[in-house]
Ligand binder design. Structure first.
Ligand SMILES: [Zn+2]
Length: 395
Protein backbone atom coordinates (compact mmCIF):
# COMPACT_ATOMS: atom_id res chain seq x y z
CA UNK A 1 0.00 0.00 0.00
CA UNK A 2 1.16 3.53 -0.72
CA UNK A 3 1.12 6.00 2.14
CA UNK A 4 -0.60 9.31 1.63
CA UNK A 5 2.53 11.18 0.64
CA UNK A 6 3.54 8.58 -1.95
CA UNK A 7 0.01 8.62 -3.31
CA UNK A 8 0.01 12.40 -3.75
CA UNK A 9 3.40 12.30 -5.38
CA UNK A 10 2.35 9.54 -7.79
CA UNK A 11 -0.83 11.42 -8.65
CA UNK A 12 1.15 14.58 -9.29
CA UNK A 13 3.53 12.69 -11.56
CA UNK A 14 0.54 11.29 -13.43
CA UNK A 15 -0.95 14.73 -13.90
CA UNK A 16 2.40 16.06 -15.11
CA UNK A 17 2.62 13.23 -17.67
CA UNK A 18 -0.80 14.00 -19.07
CA UNK A 19 0.06 17.65 -19.45
CA UNK A 20 3.51 17.06 -20.84
CA UNK A 21 2.83 14.52 -23.57
CA UNK A 22 0.93 16.87 -25.90
CA UNK A 23 3.67 19.51 -25.60
CA UNK A 24 6.36 17.05 -26.56
CA UNK A 25 4.19 15.86 -29.42
CA UNK A 26 3.46 19.35 -30.69
CA UNK A 27 7.15 20.00 -31.23
CA UNK A 28 8.09 16.80 -32.95
CA UNK A 29 5.13 15.19 -34.71
CA UNK A 30 5.90 14.40 -38.35
CA UNK A 31 2.54 12.94 -39.33
CA UNK A 32 -0.95 12.67 -37.87
CA UNK A 33 -3.46 10.14 -39.16
CA UNK A 34 -6.78 11.70 -38.19
CA UNK A 35 -10.15 10.24 -37.38
CA UNK A 36 -9.87 6.73 -38.80
CA UNK A 37 -11.37 3.57 -37.38
CA UNK A 38 -8.21 2.15 -35.88
CA UNK A 39 -8.29 -1.64 -35.72
CA UNK A 40 -5.24 -3.04 -34.00
CA UNK A 41 -5.86 -6.54 -32.65
CA UNK A 42 -2.41 -6.55 -31.00
CA UNK A 43 -3.77 -4.16 -28.39
CA UNK A 44 -7.45 -5.08 -28.68
CA UNK A 45 -8.34 -1.72 -30.17
CA UNK A 46 -11.25 -0.99 -32.52
CA UNK A 47 -12.23 2.66 -32.15
CA UNK A 48 -12.03 6.07 -33.82
CA UNK A 49 -8.56 7.39 -33.03
CA UNK A 50 -5.90 9.84 -34.12
CA UNK A 51 -2.39 8.49 -34.50
CA UNK A 52 0.67 10.66 -34.03
CA UNK A 53 3.99 9.65 -35.58
CA UNK A 54 7.42 11.09 -34.85
CA UNK A 55 10.87 9.87 -35.75
CA UNK A 56 9.44 6.94 -37.66
CA UNK A 57 7.56 5.60 -34.64
CA UNK A 58 4.05 5.67 -33.24
CA UNK A 59 4.05 8.21 -30.40
CA UNK A 60 0.36 8.54 -29.66
CA UNK A 61 -2.94 6.78 -30.29
CA UNK A 62 -5.62 9.00 -28.78
CA UNK A 63 -9.27 9.97 -29.30
CA UNK A 64 -8.03 13.38 -30.41
CA UNK A 65 -4.55 14.72 -30.99
CA UNK A 66 -4.26 18.46 -31.38
CA UNK A 67 -1.43 20.34 -32.98
CA UNK A 68 0.14 20.79 -36.34
CA UNK A 69 2.23 18.34 -38.27
CA UNK A 70 4.00 18.66 -41.61
CA UNK A 71 1.72 15.92 -42.94
CA UNK A 72 -1.83 15.04 -41.95
CA UNK A 73 -3.80 12.15 -43.42
CA UNK A 74 -7.57 12.48 -43.21
CA UNK A 75 -8.63 8.89 -42.45
CA UNK A 76 -12.27 9.59 -41.62
CA UNK A 77 -14.40 6.76 -42.98
CA UNK A 78 -11.32 4.56 -43.44
CA UNK A 79 -9.88 1.56 -41.64
CA UNK A 80 -6.47 2.22 -40.09
CA UNK A 81 -4.55 -1.00 -39.41
CA UNK A 82 -0.97 -1.96 -38.70
CA UNK A 83 1.05 -2.42 -41.90
CA UNK A 84 0.17 -5.75 -43.50
CA UNK A 85 2.61 -8.65 -43.37
CA UNK A 86 2.42 -11.17 -46.18
CA UNK A 87 4.29 -14.35 -45.30
CA UNK A 88 4.03 -16.07 -48.68
CA UNK A 89 4.92 -13.96 -51.70
CA UNK A 90 7.30 -14.01 -54.61
CA UNK A 91 8.11 -10.33 -54.24
CA UNK A 92 11.81 -11.16 -54.44
CA UNK A 93 11.64 -12.09 -58.12
CA UNK A 94 12.62 -8.58 -59.17
CA UNK A 95 13.23 -5.07 -57.89
CA UNK A 96 9.79 -3.91 -59.04
CA UNK A 97 7.94 -6.31 -56.70
CA UNK A 98 8.40 -4.76 -53.25
CA UNK A 99 7.32 -1.19 -54.18
CA UNK A 100 4.19 -2.60 -55.85
CA UNK A 101 3.28 -4.64 -52.77
CA UNK A 102 3.85 -1.53 -50.64
CA UNK A 103 1.05 0.20 -52.56
CA UNK A 104 -1.29 -2.53 -51.29
CA UNK A 105 -0.44 -1.81 -47.64
CA UNK A 106 2.18 -4.58 -47.37
CA UNK A 107 4.96 -3.28 -45.14
CA UNK A 108 6.63 -6.65 -44.64
CA UNK A 109 6.98 -9.61 -46.97
CA UNK A 110 8.46 -13.06 -47.14
CA UNK A 111 9.61 -14.44 -50.45
CA UNK A 112 8.72 -18.10 -50.03
CA UNK A 113 11.16 -20.20 -51.96
CA UNK A 114 11.43 -18.42 -55.29
CA UNK A 115 15.10 -19.35 -55.22
CA UNK A 116 17.32 -22.13 -53.97
CA UNK A 117 21.04 -22.24 -53.32
CA UNK A 118 21.97 -21.66 -56.97
CA UNK A 119 19.95 -18.47 -57.47
CA UNK A 120 19.31 -17.05 -53.99
CA UNK A 121 21.88 -14.25 -54.29
CA UNK A 122 19.70 -12.22 -56.67
CA UNK A 123 16.61 -12.61 -54.47
CA UNK A 124 18.63 -11.66 -51.38
CA UNK A 125 19.74 -8.50 -53.19
CA UNK A 126 16.09 -7.57 -53.85
CA UNK A 127 15.29 -8.10 -50.16
CA UNK A 128 18.17 -5.87 -49.09
CA UNK A 129 17.13 -3.04 -51.39
CA UNK A 130 13.40 -3.35 -50.59
CA UNK A 131 11.79 -0.22 -49.10
CA UNK A 132 9.91 -2.36 -46.55
CA UNK A 133 11.24 -5.38 -44.64
CA UNK A 134 11.72 -8.28 -47.05
CA UNK A 135 12.90 -11.70 -45.94
CA UNK A 136 13.44 -15.02 -47.70
CA UNK A 137 12.84 -18.72 -47.43
CA UNK A 138 15.43 -20.81 -49.28
CA UNK A 139 13.93 -23.48 -51.50
CA UNK A 140 15.37 -26.90 -50.63
CA UNK A 141 15.75 -27.46 -54.38
CA UNK A 142 18.95 -25.74 -55.39
CA UNK A 143 17.16 -24.45 -58.52
CA UNK A 144 14.17 -22.88 -56.69
CA UNK A 145 10.91 -22.46 -58.59
CA UNK A 146 12.36 -20.33 -61.34
CA UNK A 147 13.11 -23.35 -63.49
CA UNK A 148 9.35 -24.02 -63.64
CA UNK A 149 7.52 -26.86 -61.92
CA UNK A 150 9.16 -30.07 -60.93
CA UNK A 151 12.15 -28.70 -59.03
CA UNK A 152 12.27 -31.82 -56.84
CA UNK A 153 11.75 -34.59 -59.38
CA UNK A 154 15.47 -35.18 -59.10
CA UNK A 155 16.13 -35.82 -55.40
CA UNK A 156 19.76 -34.75 -55.86
CA UNK A 157 18.60 -31.17 -56.31
CA UNK A 158 17.59 -31.20 -52.62
CA UNK A 159 21.11 -30.66 -51.33
CA UNK A 160 21.46 -29.99 -47.60
CA UNK A 161 25.02 -28.63 -47.69
CA UNK A 162 24.26 -26.17 -50.47
CA UNK A 163 21.11 -25.01 -48.67
CA UNK A 164 23.07 -24.46 -45.45
CA UNK A 165 25.66 -22.50 -47.42
CA UNK A 166 22.89 -20.29 -48.86
CA UNK A 167 21.52 -19.61 -45.37
CA UNK A 168 24.97 -18.84 -43.98
CA UNK A 169 25.76 -16.49 -46.87
CA UNK A 170 22.54 -14.52 -46.35
CA UNK A 171 21.94 -14.82 -42.62
CA UNK A 172 20.71 -11.19 -42.56
CA UNK A 173 17.72 -11.88 -44.83
CA UNK A 174 17.05 -15.63 -44.76
CA UNK A 175 14.44 -16.63 -42.17
CA UNK A 176 13.61 -20.22 -43.11
CA UNK A 177 13.37 -22.99 -45.68
CA UNK A 178 10.65 -23.82 -48.22
CA UNK A 179 9.58 -27.12 -49.73
CA UNK A 180 6.96 -27.54 -52.41
CA UNK A 181 5.39 -30.92 -51.69
CA UNK A 182 2.90 -31.28 -54.57
CA UNK A 183 3.01 -34.38 -56.70
CA UNK A 184 3.81 -32.39 -59.84
CA UNK A 185 6.83 -30.87 -58.07
CA UNK A 186 8.22 -33.67 -55.93
CA UNK A 187 6.31 -36.88 -56.72
CA UNK A 188 7.32 -39.58 -54.22
CA UNK A 189 10.33 -37.52 -53.08
CA UNK A 190 8.10 -35.25 -50.98
CA UNK A 191 8.87 -36.64 -47.51
CA UNK A 192 12.60 -37.01 -48.14
CA UNK A 193 12.75 -33.42 -49.42
CA UNK A 194 11.02 -32.21 -46.26
CA UNK A 195 13.46 -34.18 -44.09
CA UNK A 196 16.34 -32.53 -45.95
CA UNK A 197 14.82 -29.06 -45.51
CA UNK A 198 14.59 -29.71 -41.75
CA UNK A 199 18.20 -30.88 -41.75
CA UNK A 200 19.32 -27.71 -43.53
CA UNK A 201 17.33 -25.47 -41.15
CA UNK A 202 18.26 -27.22 -37.90
CA UNK A 203 21.73 -25.70 -37.20
CA UNK A 204 20.20 -22.23 -37.66
CA UNK A 205 17.02 -22.93 -35.67
CA UNK A 206 14.83 -21.82 -38.55
CA UNK A 207 11.28 -22.78 -39.49
CA UNK A 208 10.28 -24.67 -42.63
CA UNK A 209 7.30 -23.68 -44.75
CA UNK A 210 5.70 -26.44 -46.80
CA UNK A 211 3.46 -25.90 -49.79
CA UNK A 212 0.85 -28.68 -49.78
CA UNK A 213 -1.84 -29.68 -52.24
CA UNK A 214 -2.26 -32.80 -54.33
CA UNK A 215 0.71 -34.34 -52.58
CA UNK A 216 1.91 -37.84 -53.25
CA UNK A 217 1.89 -38.45 -49.48
CA UNK A 218 -1.08 -37.97 -47.14
CA UNK A 219 -1.10 -35.25 -44.48
CA UNK A 220 -0.78 -37.88 -41.72
CA UNK A 221 2.66 -38.79 -43.14
CA UNK A 222 3.73 -35.17 -43.71
CA UNK A 223 2.66 -33.46 -40.49
CA UNK A 224 4.81 -35.51 -38.08
CA UNK A 225 7.85 -34.12 -39.89
CA UNK A 226 6.91 -30.57 -38.85
CA UNK A 227 8.06 -28.87 -35.66
CA UNK A 228 6.54 -26.02 -33.66
CA UNK A 229 6.67 -22.81 -35.70
CA UNK A 230 6.74 -24.51 -39.10
CA UNK A 231 4.14 -23.33 -41.61
CA UNK A 232 1.72 -25.21 -43.87
CA UNK A 233 0.75 -22.93 -46.76
CA UNK A 234 -2.18 -23.60 -49.15
CA UNK A 235 -4.02 -25.15 -46.18
CA UNK A 236 -7.30 -25.40 -48.13
CA UNK A 237 -5.84 -27.16 -51.18
CA UNK A 238 -8.33 -29.70 -52.57
CA UNK A 239 -7.69 -33.47 -52.76
CA UNK A 240 -5.91 -35.72 -53.31
CA UNK A 241 -4.39 -35.77 -49.83
CA UNK A 242 -5.98 -32.63 -48.42
CA UNK A 243 -6.61 -31.75 -44.75
CA UNK A 244 -10.08 -33.36 -45.00
CA UNK A 245 -10.98 -37.03 -45.23
CA UNK A 246 -13.31 -38.46 -47.88
CA UNK A 247 -16.35 -37.49 -45.81
CA UNK A 248 -15.12 -33.93 -45.58
CA UNK A 249 -14.03 -34.19 -41.94
CA UNK A 250 -10.79 -32.67 -40.70
CA UNK A 251 -8.16 -35.29 -40.06
CA UNK A 252 -7.36 -35.37 -36.34
CA UNK A 253 -3.66 -35.19 -37.30
CA UNK A 254 -4.31 -31.71 -38.69
CA UNK A 255 -5.87 -30.28 -35.53
CA UNK A 256 -3.19 -32.05 -33.49
CA UNK A 257 -0.48 -30.32 -35.57
CA UNK A 258 -2.06 -26.94 -34.88
CA UNK A 259 -2.21 -27.71 -31.17
CA UNK A 260 1.51 -28.36 -31.07
CA UNK A 261 2.29 -25.07 -32.78
CA UNK A 262 2.30 -25.71 -36.52
CA UNK A 263 0.98 -22.62 -38.35
CA UNK A 264 -1.70 -23.00 -41.04
CA UNK A 265 -1.55 -20.33 -43.73
CA UNK A 266 -4.08 -19.57 -46.47
CA UNK A 267 -1.74 -18.94 -49.46
CA UNK A 268 -4.18 -17.71 -52.15
CA UNK A 269 -2.11 -18.25 -55.30
CA UNK A 270 -3.49 -18.98 -58.71
CA UNK A 271 -3.60 -22.69 -59.54
CA UNK A 272 -4.57 -25.67 -57.42
CA UNK A 273 -4.31 -24.01 -54.01
CA UNK A 274 -7.91 -23.63 -52.84
CA UNK A 275 -11.57 -24.18 -53.60
CA UNK A 276 -14.48 -22.44 -51.91
CA UNK A 277 -15.81 -25.87 -51.01
CA UNK A 278 -12.64 -26.70 -49.04
CA UNK A 279 -12.65 -23.31 -47.32
CA UNK A 280 -16.29 -23.68 -46.34
CA UNK A 281 -16.01 -27.26 -45.05
CA UNK A 282 -12.88 -26.57 -43.02
CA UNK A 283 -14.13 -23.28 -41.61
CA UNK A 284 -17.43 -24.86 -40.56
CA UNK A 285 -15.35 -27.23 -38.45
CA UNK A 286 -13.60 -24.26 -36.86
CA UNK A 287 -10.39 -24.66 -38.81
CA UNK A 288 -9.70 -21.03 -39.63
CA UNK A 289 -6.41 -19.72 -41.00
CA UNK A 290 -3.71 -18.63 -38.57
CA UNK A 291 -2.37 -16.29 -41.24
CA UNK A 292 -3.38 -15.12 -44.69
CA UNK A 293 -0.95 -14.76 -47.51
CA UNK A 294 -1.25 -14.05 -51.20
CA UNK A 295 1.46 -16.11 -52.94
CA UNK A 296 1.79 -12.78 -54.72
CA UNK A 297 3.95 -11.79 -57.67
CA UNK A 298 4.01 -8.71 -59.90
CA UNK A 299 1.39 -10.29 -62.17
CA UNK A 300 -1.13 -10.82 -59.34
CA UNK A 301 -3.33 -7.79 -60.09
CA UNK A 302 -4.84 -9.70 -62.99
CA UNK A 303 -5.35 -12.98 -61.10
CA UNK A 304 -7.74 -13.92 -58.29
CA UNK A 305 -5.25 -12.46 -55.83
CA UNK A 306 -5.60 -8.79 -56.93
CA UNK A 307 -4.02 -7.49 -53.71
CA UNK A 308 -3.64 -8.49 -50.07
CA UNK A 309 -6.75 -6.58 -48.86
CA UNK A 310 -8.79 -8.45 -51.49
CA UNK A 311 -7.50 -11.79 -50.19
CA UNK A 312 -8.35 -10.75 -46.63
CA UNK A 313 -11.88 -9.76 -47.71
CA UNK A 314 -12.63 -13.31 -48.86
CA UNK A 315 -12.96 -14.42 -45.24
CA UNK A 316 -15.60 -11.83 -44.31
CA UNK A 317 -18.00 -14.08 -46.29
CA UNK A 318 -17.23 -16.96 -43.93
CA UNK A 319 -18.02 -15.15 -40.72
CA UNK A 320 -14.66 -13.83 -39.61
CA UNK A 321 -14.85 -10.36 -38.12
CA UNK A 322 -12.89 -7.45 -39.51
CA UNK A 323 -10.69 -7.49 -36.46
CA UNK A 324 -10.00 -11.23 -36.82
CA UNK A 325 -9.12 -10.69 -40.47
CA UNK A 326 -6.76 -7.87 -39.67
CA UNK A 327 -5.16 -9.97 -36.93
CA UNK A 328 -4.34 -12.73 -39.45
CA UNK A 329 -2.65 -10.20 -41.74
CA UNK A 330 -0.77 -8.30 -39.04
CA UNK A 331 0.01 -9.48 -35.52
CA UNK A 332 -0.43 -13.21 -36.22
CA UNK A 333 1.85 -13.00 -39.27
CA UNK A 334 4.42 -10.98 -37.34
CA UNK A 335 4.63 -13.72 -34.71
CA UNK A 336 5.60 -16.38 -37.25
CA UNK A 337 8.99 -14.86 -38.06
CA UNK A 338 11.10 -13.05 -35.42
CA UNK A 339 12.23 -10.57 -38.11
CA UNK A 340 8.80 -8.98 -37.70
CA UNK A 341 8.59 -9.12 -33.93
CA UNK A 342 8.22 -5.35 -33.49
CA UNK A 343 5.71 -5.13 -36.36
CA UNK A 344 2.03 -5.89 -36.83
CA UNK A 345 1.08 -3.39 -34.13
CA UNK A 346 0.27 0.28 -33.71
CA UNK A 347 1.31 0.27 -30.09
CA UNK A 348 3.16 3.39 -28.92
CA UNK A 349 6.85 2.92 -29.62
CA UNK A 350 6.38 0.57 -32.59
CA UNK A 351 7.79 1.42 -36.04
CA UNK A 352 5.13 3.49 -37.80
CA UNK A 353 4.04 1.09 -40.54
CA UNK A 354 0.35 1.61 -41.25
CA UNK A 355 -2.14 0.29 -43.79
CA UNK A 356 -5.07 2.60 -44.45
CA UNK A 357 -7.87 0.78 -46.21
CA UNK A 358 -11.47 1.37 -47.12
CA UNK A 359 -14.21 -1.18 -46.43
CA UNK A 360 -16.69 -0.72 -49.25
CA UNK A 361 -20.20 -2.18 -49.36
CA UNK A 362 -21.45 -3.59 -52.64
CA UNK A 363 -21.61 -6.80 -54.59
CA UNK A 364 -18.13 -8.20 -55.01
CA UNK A 365 -17.15 -11.38 -56.79
CA UNK A 366 -14.28 -13.40 -55.36
CA UNK A 367 -12.69 -16.30 -57.22
CA UNK A 368 -10.94 -19.45 -56.06
CA UNK A 369 -8.19 -21.27 -57.99
CA UNK A 370 -10.69 -23.36 -59.99
CA UNK A 371 -12.81 -20.53 -61.47
CA UNK A 372 -15.30 -20.97 -58.61
CA UNK A 373 -16.91 -17.70 -57.56
CA UNK A 374 -18.54 -16.42 -54.38
CA UNK A 375 -20.23 -13.09 -53.95
CA UNK A 376 -19.52 -11.00 -50.90
CA UNK A 377 -21.09 -7.81 -49.66
CA UNK A 378 -17.91 -6.10 -48.49
CA UNK A 379 -14.39 -5.67 -49.74
CA UNK A 380 -11.32 -3.94 -48.38
CA UNK A 381 -9.42 -1.65 -50.74
CA UNK A 382 -5.91 -0.33 -50.11
CA UNK A 383 -5.90 3.47 -49.87
CA UNK A 384 -2.68 4.79 -48.34
CA UNK A 385 0.41 3.15 -46.87
CA UNK A 386 2.65 4.69 -44.25
CA UNK A 387 6.12 3.17 -44.00
CA UNK A 388 8.56 4.11 -41.27
CA UNK A 389 6.44 7.14 -40.47
CA UNK A 390 6.25 8.47 -44.03
CA UNK A 391 3.31 8.47 -46.38
CA UNK A 392 4.07 6.32 -49.45
CA UNK A 393 3.37 8.14 -52.72
CA UNK A 394 0.68 6.56 -54.89
CA UNK A 395 2.09 4.90 -57.99
ZN1 LIG B 1 4.41 -19.64 -53.66
Amino acid sequence: MMNRRQFISAAAAGAAMVARIPNVLAQSIDLIIKGGRVIDPSIGLDAIRDIAIAGGRIVGVEPSIAGNAPDVIDARGKIVAPGLIDIHTHAGRGKDGPPLALQDGVTGWIDAGTAGADNIDAVAAVARSSPQIGRLLVNISRKGVMSGTGELHDINLANVDLARGAIARHRDVVVGMKVRMSNDVAEANDLECLRRAQEAAAPFNLPVMIHVGQNYSPMRAILPLLKRGDVVTHMYAPPPNSILDEQGRLFPDVTAARRRGVIFDFGNGVNGHFTWDMVEKAMKQGFWPDTFSTDWSVTSKTTGVVDFPNVMSKFLMFGMSLSQIIACATVAAARVFPAFDDRGTLNVGAPADVAIMELRDGDFQFVDNYKGTRNGKQRLFPITTVLGGKRVARA
